[in-house]
Design a binder for this molecule. Structure first.
Ligand code: ADP
Ligand code: MG
Length: 362
């Protein structure tokens, strides 16, 4: 099994989607089974795929996870898969017909000609469809199960012609939305709290990422259940000029996501300029694993840091002392803005929306 992205500590709802995944991908069925999960960033596509794997991994002989956010990350992921397959694939199998150097072709050929046909391939974050050909990442077989996640609806249109079904991942159901919000906030689910929570869930369009981060704002007492909506509207109005225009696709959802993220970012800035600078860096790096030692080396950079940027100056200074730097990372982890691998503690992933420009503009 490939190394998977980090799962959320508690997963809520999505029962219908999980059932559809399990019946569509059922490895005992004949043919290549495929499903596209599409929906805007933060709607929970990656976590849903992870939850499916958690529940059904015993059905598969191999699980390969490809991060497809950029063409470079695709190459990186297939290279990792190549090493994994070369090391762990059972020796007693059909010969791999591909003999060239290309890692992607090697892995796809292995999945195509094998006696071990119950594999699951996940092509995650296939968002940049103009940079690569999605179909070429999929083995042309009559067996195996494939999940593709994408922020683009046309990923589903493209793969429809190749026998994939599509599920739009949208808002969480109201009950799960309230549970996610109050659970992250550490607030009891009493009927009084629950009715406030219902209003917030509705305002945030039931989007998991926005709800998770709203829960954190509540837990940190930046806002409370009573004044949340008012504070949210104030921030949303402040951002007006930077948000997508009414009528643009997914306007409401994008708007609630950015508003909550910017409330959280203001809080981070006020708590720790270093943590704010780390976030800005991660927004530029994108959704990939970032070794923490790399961030710690920032202090060794001789290039001049613009003096007008106090956040980066403080990042530069705190990266000199590992323990202090960790405290800033812990703040970001506690706010669910980064996820640190519990096993190694050596790398982190950012849970941002990866629209770097938002962080610079607000
Ligand atoms: N069903 C869920 N239960 C709890 N948290 C969730 C759920 N779905 C998403 N989240 C949270 O929302 C955030 C965004 O989810 P993610 O799967 O990364 O979205 P996407 O892949 O659509 O951009 C994550 O931090 C995750 O913890
Ligand atoms: Mg994702």
């Amino acid at each position: 099994m490939s190394e998977l992205p980090i799962s959320t500590p508690r997963f809520y709802g999505r029962d219908t989607e999980l059932e559809e995944l399990s019946s569509t991908l059922d490895p005992t069925k004949f043919g290549r089974k495929g499903i596209v999960l599409f929906g805007i960033g933060g709607s929970g596509k990656t976590q849903l795929a992870l939850q499916y794997i958690k529940k059904w991994k015993q059905l598969y002989q191999a699980v390969i996870w490809i991060n497809s956010f950029t063409s470079e990350q695709i190459i990186e992921s297939f290279t990792e898969a190549f090493h994994l397959v070369s090391k762990l694939w059972p020796v007693k199998d059909l010969p791999n017909p591909y003999v060239g150097e290309n890692k992607l072709n090697f892995v796809l050929a292995r999945l195509r000609s094998t006696l071990y046909r119950n594999w699951l391939l996940v092509i995650d974050s296939a968002d940049d469809l103009d940079s690569y050909n999605l179909v070429q990442l999929l083995p042309d077989t009559h067996h195996g199960s494939i999940i593709v996640t994408s922020a683009r609806r046309d990923a589903s249109d493209i793969l429809d012609a190749h026998g994939f079904s599509g599920i739009e991942i949208d808002k969480l159901d109201d009950h799960s939305g309230r549970e996610l919000l109050l659970g992250r906030a550490g607030i009891s689910n009493s009927s009084h709290n629950s009715s406030h929570a219902a209003t917030i869930v509705k305002e945030l369009n039931g989007l998991p990422l926005a709800l998770e981060q709203a829960g954190i704002l509540l837990r940190r007492k930046v806002v409370n259940l009573k004044n949340f909506i008012e504070e949210y509207h104030t921030q949303s109005n402040r951002l007006m000029g930077h948000l997508p225009n009414a009528g643009e696709v997914q306007y409401d959802k994008t708007r609630s996501m950015y508003t909550i993220l910017s409330m959280l970012y203001s809080f981070v800035k006020q708590q720790s300029p270093t943590a704010a600078a780390i976030l800005r860096l991660l927004a530029v790096i994108g959704p990939t694993q970032v070794p923490i030692c790399l961030l710690l080396r920032i202090s060794q950079l001789n290039s001049r840091i613009p003096s007008a940027d106090p956040e980066f100056q403080s990042l530069h200074d705190s990266s000199k002392v590992g323990a202090i730097f960790r405290l800033h990372l812990n703040l970001l982890e506690d706010l669910c803005l980064v996820k640190i691998r519990p096993a190694s503690g050596k790398s982190l992933e950012s849970a941002l929306l990866h629209r770097a420009d938002v962080w610079y503009r607000c």
